[in-house]
Write a protein that binds this ligand. Structure first.
Ligand SMILES: NC(=O)c1ccc[n+]([C@@H]2O[C@H](COP(=O)([O-])OP(=O)(O)OC[C@H]3O[C@@H](n4cnc5c(N)ncnc54)[C@H](OP(=O)(O)O)[C@@H]3O)[C@@H](O)[C@H]2O)c1
Length: 241
């Protein structure tokens, strides 16, 4: 029987590419999203992938959402924590709300989701968790103290949890994408993209969401069973770590 994969933020951008790649690889996929019903409906209609709406920053909502997914598709064996937001501001102008929104979604969201599938994975002695962090969690980014802190936190979460999961055949890995051509990045003014960001990327272009999706497909596969606690960097050569 095909395994069930749950992708948070799985209806747009990188998450949509991950959902589609996992479906094409033979998994039963559930794609979560936060509020953009129109995009989610269009995604469901074009792919046939089941979509489920809840906010990953809300622990109770995650519990209810996961229960619905499991009732419809079966136990979640693969979790891709991809949902993420930006609320950029220079630190001296950053509001507590901008700080908390990003931490609650991009870092606490990993706890809220993973905590609720963990016991089941331990009982079944199998699991795959992939956390989508960021190059800016590795190097820090001006104007993104909140985002960089959350994404660096995702890497600590990954390394600690990997040690706990290993004996139960649960792998926990992170991917750090560089700049990928999604709405999140296209929201950056074109002049900034062309004059400041792309010149810093040695391959000379933004990454494609599908290039991150292929990393996920590998990390969740049986072939990757010996890889845990790792950070897979996919950034066009922008940063070597
Ligand atoms: N794009 C990049 O260059 C880049 C680089 C490095 C890392 N990343 C990371 O990759 C991930 C995906 O980024 P992206 O560019 O594909 O983003 P995106 O195009 O903005 O899509 C974000 C997705 O996450 C969902 N989402 C946001 N907040 C949520 C919440 N609280 N609960 C549930 N779902 C939520 C959105 O749902 P709605 O559609 O309902 O809003 C949407 O499906 C993020 O974690 C991001 O930080 C991106």
């Amino acid at each position: 029987m095909s395994k069930v994969a749950l992708v948070t933020g799985g209806t747009r951008g990188i998450g949509a590419a991950i959902s589609i790649a996992l479906k094409n690889a033979g998994y039963k996929v559930a794609a979560n999203y936060a509020g953009n019903d129109e995009k989610a409906r269009a995604f469901h209609e074009s792919t046939g992938i089941a979509v489920f709406k809840w906010d990953v920053s809300d622990y109770e909502a995650c519990g209810q959402g996961i229960a619905t997914v499991q009732a419809e598709l079966g136990p979640v064996e693969i979790l891709v924590n991809n949902a993420g937001i930006t609320r950029d501001a220079m630190f001296h102008k950053m509001t507590p709300q901008q700080w908390h929104e990003v931490i609650n979604t991009n870092l606490t969201g990993l706890f809220n989701m993973t905590h609720q599938v963990w016991s089941g994975m331990r009982e079944r002695s199998f699991g795959r968790i992939v956390n989508i962090s960021s190059i800016n969690g590795q190097k820090g980014q001006m104007g993104q103290v909140n985002y960089s802190a959350a994404k660096a936190g995702d890497l600590g979460f990954t390394k600690a949890l990997a040690q706990e999961g290993a004996i139960k055949n649960i792998t926990v890995n992170a991917i750090c994408p560089g700049y990928i051509g999604t709405e999140m990045v296209r929201a950056v003014p074109e002049a900034v993209l062309n004059e400041k960001i792309i010149p810093q990327i040695p391959v000379g272009r933004l990454g494609e969401p599908e290039e991150i999706a292929r990393c996920v497909t590998f990390l969740v596969s049986d072939d990757a069973g010996f890889i845990t606690g790792s950070t897979l960097t996919a950034n066009g050569g922008q940063l070597f770590v």
